[in-house]
Design a binder for this molecule. Structure first.
Ligand code: ZN
Length: 73
């Protein structure tokens, strides 16, 4: 029996470094920030793979729709 939620790994791409790194969903924001802070003076060079982000936002949006059911917004 497991209650652990499956957290997908998110690909972070950096065009400047030509790297593609799999980061756990939990850590992805921090990882992107850390990479950009460390290697690019805080510029937003590295980012979550746009294709994946798109799909993920779509998926999360639908999941959150279950909880965010306010008809006034
Ligand atoms: Zn980089």
């Amino acid at each position: 029996m497991t209650t652990k939620e499956e957290m997908p790994e998110i690909p972070v791409v950096c065009t400047a470094c030509e790297t593609r790194t799999q980061v756990s969903f939990d850590d992805v924001e921090a990882a992107v920030k850390r990479h950009n802070d460390t290697l690019h003076d805080g510029e937003s060079v590295a980012q979550v793979d746009p294709d994946v982000l798109d799909a993920l936002t779509d998926q999360l949006g639908r999941e959150m729709g279950l909880f965010d059911n306010d008809p006034n917004t």
